[in-house]
Ligand binder design. Structure first.
Ligand SMILES: Cc1ncc(COP(=O)(O)O)c(C=O)c1O
Length: 372
């Protein structure tokens, strides 16, 4: 049996739409960018949304719009994708790594407080594997300290904290539509915000810093550039693909939660494997488990054709670029180290069948009991 780690929720009608857009020749600046942005706003209840070429681009523009610069310090989790730290690093600000909470992988207030100095300007929280960070505590603390919060929501479309969608707690929230994510546009991302100033700035910077949209230009090709912008836009056929998937996402999310419940039921009494209890707030990007025999299990799963992943196997503070540049004291990161050595991401997607989930679980049970 071969089980994929991810399998996008894309159907023939979606492919036909993409084909028609490509055939039309109107591949960028089309109507699907707006339509997809509107659906993201509806789903997250954020006031503004900007599609971008990746979550990394969204985080980068969020850091620029926050004014991070050389001399500032911005706290990021040690346990995350390198994109979170890179976004800060591009601005010249100093990346300061905080240790994560055991098992959720998220930052918590205790770990953040340890890294605060009088240079701390910002904080990027990551809602790891779709589990929300404790945003009430974090927001209250950061307000008092005047620290800007940016949310990395790469794993978190459909994740809520106290009935509010993540991405609405910081100045911005950036989502990823990479192929393994809950919805995909190939490469792609979106930034949501409730602050008009941030929206305007990000919208301008994602298109070279050009001051006028095509529709607002009096004469063709006439515009000014007052800022150093980027080309971080998404094409219209990608936006159409995302639009079709987000329309079906409520149902997708329900299925993701059912899959998580099935994993939990199958694995609940298994010694040597731990995981978070079920939560309706979690969007289950993956089903994250932790086991001491992680590397052995990964090897055996590979032999059997079971697609699983690791998020992540090296904390960012241990990556050569950051370790060498910042001369980091590696002893400070006990939880991230443990997390990186023990985590396995089990697949979660609507096309995953019950018998496949049961096969993954049965195999895991056998392997943790040393049976082959
Ligand atoms: C936590 C986190 N942040 C940011 C990113 C970057 O996303 P993208 O590939 O859309 O740039 C990823 C990628 O998977 C991620 O896992």
């Amino acid at each position: 049996m071969k089980i994929k780690f991810s399998n996008p929720n894309i159907f023939n009608e979606d492919l036909n739409l993409v084909k028609n857009i490509i055939k039309s020749g109107w591949l960028a600046h089309g109507k699907y960018t707006l339509l997809f942005e509107n659906e993201i706003k509806k789903f997250t209840k954020a006031k503004y949304c900007c599609l971008v070429s990746s979550c990394t681009a969204g985080l980068h523009l969020s850091c620029i719009a926050s004014g991070f610069k050389k001399g500032d310090e911005v706290i990021v989790p040690a346990m995350t994708h390198t994109a979170t730290a890179h976004a800060v690093e591009y601005t010249g600000a100093k990346v300061v790594f905080a240790d994560n909470h055991n098992f959720t992988g998220n930052l918590n207030l205790k770990s953040i407080k340890k890294k605060i100095t009088n240079k701390t300007r910002g904080l990027i929280v990551v809602h790891m594997s779709g589990i929300p960070c404790e945003m009430t505590e974090i927001v209250n603390f950061c307000k008092k300290k005047n620290i800007i919060i940016i949310e990395d929501c790469a794993h978190a479309l459909g994740t809520f904290h106290k009935k509010k969608h993540v991405g609405n707690f910081g100045v911005t929230g950036s989502f990823s539509f990479y192929p393994t994510k809950q919805i995909t546009t190939g490469e792609g991302g979106a930034v949501v915000t409730n602050d008009l100033k941030f929206y305007k700035k990000i919208k301008k910077l994602k298109g070279f810093g050009i001051d006028k949209d095509i529709k607002d230009r009096k004469k063709q090709g006439e515009y000014d550039v007052k800022d150093l912008g980027y080309n971080y836009r998404m094409t219209d056929f990608q936006a159409a693909l995302g639009y079709k998937q987000i329309k079906k996402y409520k149902n997708n999310l329900k299925i993701r939660k059912k899959i998580a419940k099935r994993y939990i039921k199958n694995l609940q009494n298994l010694k040597g494997v731990v995981f978070e209890p079920f939560s309706n707030n979690n969007s289950y990007f993956v089903f994250q488990i932790f086991c001491q025999k992680r590397d052995f299990i990964l090897k055996e799963f590979k032999k059997l054709g079971i697609g699983v992943s690791v998020h992540y196997s090296t904390p960012i503070n241990r990556m050569s670029y950051y370790k060498n540049k910042y001369k980091i004291n590696l002893k400070d990161y006990v939880n991230s180290d443990l997390y990186s050595k023990t985590n396995i991401s089990l697949p979660v997607y609507p096309k995953l069948k019950n018998f496949e989930i049961d096969f993954i679980c049965k195999t895991l049970i056998k392997l943790t009991r040393n049976e082959k």
